[in-house]
Design a protein around this ligand. Structure first.
Ligand code: FES
Length: 59
């Protein structure tokens, strides 16, 4: 079972195995702990690249 945690001012942290349907049509099998960008500043979307730290995103 997957677990999703919302980090204030940071990403969604998804724990577990799931399929990620990319905009390109590619389907990625994701395992373990995955950090998904919520702030919109990542240059590696949909993944968090840590850019939120230097942003004003605080939701
Ligand atoms: S939440 Fe980390 S870069 Fe967007």
């Amino acid at each position: 079972m997957e677990n999703v945690k919302i980090v204030k001012g940071g990403p969604y942290v998804v724990t577990g195995d799931f399929k990620l349907n990319m905009l390109s049509g590619e389907v990625k099998d994701v395992t373990g702990k995955t950090y998904l960008c919520r702030c919109g500043y990542s240059s590696n979307k949909p993944f968090c690249d840590g850019a939120h730290v230097k942003s004003d995103f605080d939701k």
